[in-house]
Design a protein around this ligand. Structure first.
Ligand code: CRA
Length: 823
């Protein structure tokens, strides 16, 4: 892919110029002055100074792309977990050092001011953060690309702990506005809902007309996405819902103020809040409306842009527009495009379907059955009556023309592949709809993509063997190394070319230094300094004192049984017990650090958080163990906290049950920053081990085949409980009141679940995990071996650059080319 990036972004300003610009905005944009300005005002003034470059980039990029006969991609995602944007934008524009020096001159601290920015947490976890990394890469690679999503008023909830239990508080990221978004009222769209479908006869022909009974306005907010080097600035377009007319003035004038207001309140609920479930379908009407709202507004936007460039002849629509479905959440876009082409643009079904299939591609992110979206047919019929008809038509043609041709007379296979699931309540399977309506379906890591073919869609794979492919996930090295780990970045820069944040393979130059004593010393000094910084963060957030000389063992991800935070917990309890039995038990001091939000309705996940907090409280206050063990559960884990913790991590816990974690991306961030993975053969862990070398990761536990075999044999968790004394002892410990003084049994649910069902085979992997943890302990004491392994991880992770993922999508799925913006 052609790029004409210079080695590193070239600053376009001097320190005095930047200072002048910030002061200008402080005075004339914010109406305040140096002596009075709050940190927040400084933050906004800096943002305004940055935006002078950003907006210019937005215009240049738009002009370059507008009306070009080149294909563009539209990334449809219900989630974009952006985090903070200021430091990233400064880095990508090459202005970070300049801004830092300018603020110091002004007697301010840039790093303190950066802390003023709330996280833009419009996502739950991996899927949403992946979308954020991907749009960074699309801009960096100069691809004509737009991200489309929802402008949620409240992102993912803020997490607090009260007596060890998770409490959810509303997220207020836009309470005082956001410096980065631009409202584009001129590009608003109307989205229709409910109503009925009429058949209209005209000149001997019949056609379907949807008579909606409600409409919403979709207002676009654009977030500029600055590519590395600042040359291309793409946009993320987020839709806000508003009532069609803000007030019904007639009702208002006749005294019905509240009635008039009610409609706008209802309309605004559509973009009010992000559903906080990670990998569980919500099944709620409002959620379906959210999905349709942003899909329909986005398609209408793409159409508008196409028509203004190419007129009303849509024959090139599919050739010029690719749309990527980030999981099935935007799958309703498939019947929506069909509706527009057939009902509004007069295409034949056949031609419309050819265009639709050539437009869409679908990424599957999970095999967990509870995450596979199924909507009640009745609900779709009510909210989107015309779409339901179209889905029926898509399904019957698919079953008759394609399934019947391949498996004549086989009703069982038809039942399995049907987009409509029969049963007491008929359901629409959004995964099947997405796979049928797309030209390509991809999984997110090699093993996951294989399982998509083998277990999720085996028949579809037999029907269309070339439709299924893999694109292993990636992370942007700009945010996840250059911006978040400045110490390591400047050490790296002494040894490899300055353009490594773009060409991560350059880090392989560090392999030659992996055994070099001086480099090892420098590398480990960086880790130590990062840990010392993080000791303070832990103190501020939790009041817990930890030592930077201990091993920082980190598990950061959503709380889910399949991710097995409770396996980690059982092992911590086992270590604690060993120390109580033998105070001289040989253990390098360890700090176990957790960060995780649980979906508010996910009971057991919340019990696990509570259990970890209670065990932590006991261990952290037990003087008998001489500070050898500490357990820290950081509240409100989020992108900006990850950016502080990842550079300070020694051990990366990636301990999901094999076959369950589609990819993982935290595993990549931690490994790139030199943490050693302790992990199962699952998701991208397998590829990380391949790249970093199996000596430089610690792999343990059952593999996918073992899991299948054990399931087939009949998994009996109680057998493991009975046959392992240590495991039995720690599980029984949960029953008493040792960790919950005076209140026995508060933690029993976790034990009961593990012994009675243990759906994710925690007990079966306990022993192997415990042995693997001993290897970590031994390896850490060998300072040279540890430094070598950590360096090898940093040096070997180029594959997980999200630029590589996006290049794969661009070449193999979207068939789009770079179009660098003109200066
Ligand atoms: N929860 C997977 O579980 C994967 C991300 C991004 C997930 C992760 O293993 O890294 O997607 N799946 O591909 C998902 O959200 C709906 O499914 C995730 O973030």
């Amino acid at each position: 892919m052609a790029t004409n990036l210079s080695a590193a972004p070239q600053p376009q300003l001097t320190v005095p110029q930047f200072k002048e610009s910030v002061l200008k905005h402080l005075h004339s944009t914010l109406g305040t002055y140096e002596e009075k300005a709050s940190q927040q005002a400084w933050n906004q003034a800096i943002a305004a100074a940055i935006n002078e470059f950003v907006y210019d980039g937005v215009s240049r990029t738009r002009k370059t792309h507008a009306g070009k006969g080149t294909r563009a991609v539209h990334y449809l995602s219900l989630e974009f977990l952006m985090g903070r944007l200021m430091s990233n934008n400064l880095q990508n524009l090459g202005l970070y050092e300049i801004a830092d020096a300018a603020m110091t001159d002004l007697g301010q601290s840039l790093s303190d001011i950066l802390e003023e920015e709330p996280d833009m947490a419009l996502g739950n976890g991996g899927l949403g953060r992946l979308a954020a990394c991907f749009i960074d890469s699309m801009a960096t690679l100069s691809l004509p690309a737009i991200g489309y999503g929802i402008h949620y008023e409240h992102g993912l909830f803020r997490q607090e702990f009260y007596k060890g239990r998770q409490v959810e508080r509303p997220d207020e990221w836009r309470e005082f506005g956001s410096s980065w978004e631009i409202c584009r009222p001129e590009s608003q769209q109307t989205v229709k809902l409910y109503g009925y479908v009429e058949t209209v006869y005209e000149q001997g022909q019949s056609r379907k007309v949807w008579r909606p009974s409600r409409t919403l306005r979709a207002i676009p907010w654009d977030i500029p996405i600055v590519g590395y080097g600042g040359q291309n600035v793409n946009i993320l377009r987020l839709w806000e819902s508003r009532a069609d007319k803000f007030f019904d003035w007639d009702v208002f004038n006749s005294g019905g103020y509240l009635d008039a207001y009610a409609e706008s309140v209802q309309a605004e609920t559509v973009s009010k809040v992000l559903y906080p479930n990670d990998e569980t379908e919500a099944g709620k009407e409002l959620r379906l409306i959210q999905q349709y709202f942003f899909s329909a507004a986005s398609i209408a936007d793409v159409m508008r842009r196409y028509k203004s460039a190419h007129g009303n002849d849509l024959s090139k629509f599919a050739e010029l527009n690719a749309m990527q479905l980030n999981d099935t959440h935007p799958a309703i876009a498939i019947p929506e495009l069909m509706r527009i082409l057939v009902d509004e643009e007069g295409f034949t079904w056949h031609d419309a379907w050819t265009m639709t299939r050539a437009t869409f591609a679908y990424t599957n992110h999970t095999l967990l059955p509870e995450a596979l979206e199924r909507w009640p047919l009745k609900l779709i019929e009510k909210v989107l009556p015309r779409h339901m008809e179209i889905i029926f038509e898509i399904n019957s043609r698919f079953l008759q023309d394609e399934v019947e041709a391949k498996w004549p007379g086989d009703d069982a296979v038809k039942r399995k592949l049907s987009i409509i699931e029969e049963g007491s309540a008929q359901m629409v399977r959004m995964g099947n709809l997405s796979a049928v309506g797309s030209h390509t379906v991809n999984g997110v890591a090699q093993i996951h993509s294989e399982l998509v073919k083998k277990d999720l869609f085996p028949e579809l794979n037999a029907l269309w063997p070339t439709k299924f492919t893999n694109v292993t996930n990636g992370i942007t090295p700009r945010r996840w190394m250059k911006a978040c780990n400045p110490r390591l970045s400047s050490l790296i820069e002494k040894h490899v070319d300055a353009d490594w944040p773009r060409y991560l393979e350059k880090l392989s130059g560090l392999k030659a230094l992996a055994d070099d004593a001086a480099f090892q010393k420098d590398y480990m000094a960086v880790k130590q300094a990062n840990k010392e910084d993080f000791v303070k963060v832990i103190r501020e957030l939790t009041g817990i004192e930890v030592s930077a000389d201990a091993i920082f063992d980190v598990q950061i991800k959503r709380l889910h049984e399949y991710k097995r935070q409770h396996l980690n917990l059982l092992h911590i309890m086992a270590l604690y017990r060993r120390l109580l039995i033998d105070p001289n038990y040989d253990l390098h001091p360890r700090v176990f650090i957790f960060g995780a939000k649980a979906a508010p309705g996910y009971r057991l996940a919340k019990e696990i958080i509570f259990a970890i907090n209670k065990v932590a409280e006991k261990i952290n206050n037990d003087v008998r163990i001489n500070n050898k063990l500490k357990v820290v559960f950081l509240p409100n884990y989020r992108v900006s906290l990850a950016e502080k913790l990842i550079p300070a991590s020694d051990v990366s816990e990636q301990i999901s049950l094999a076959g369950k974690e589609a990819s993982g991306t935290g595993n990549m961030k931690l490994a790139l920053n030199g943490a050693i993975t302790i992990g199962t053969m699952d998701g991208a862990n397998i590829e990380i081990a391949e790249e970093a070398g199996t000596d430089n990761v610690v792999i343990f536990g059952m593999e996918v085949d073992d899991v299948e075999a054990l399931l087939a044999k009949g998994y009996q968790p109680a057998d493991y409980y009975r046959s392992n004394d240590e495991l039995k002892a720690v599980l029984d410990w949960l029953d008493g009141d040792f960790f919950t003084p005076g209140e026995p049994g508060l933690l029993s649910e976790v034990k009961r679940n593990l012994i009675e069902s243990d759906s994710f085979m925690v007990l079966a992997d306990f022993e192997a995990y415990s042995e693997a943890q001993k290897k970590i302990d031994t390896l850490y004491r060998d300072k040279k071996a540890w430094a070598r392994a950590a360096i090898m991880n940093t040096a070997s992770l180029a594959k997980f650059n999200s630029d590589r993922s996006i290049q794969d999508y661009a070449e193999n799925i979207w068939h789009i080319k770079a179009v660098p913006a003109k200066s």
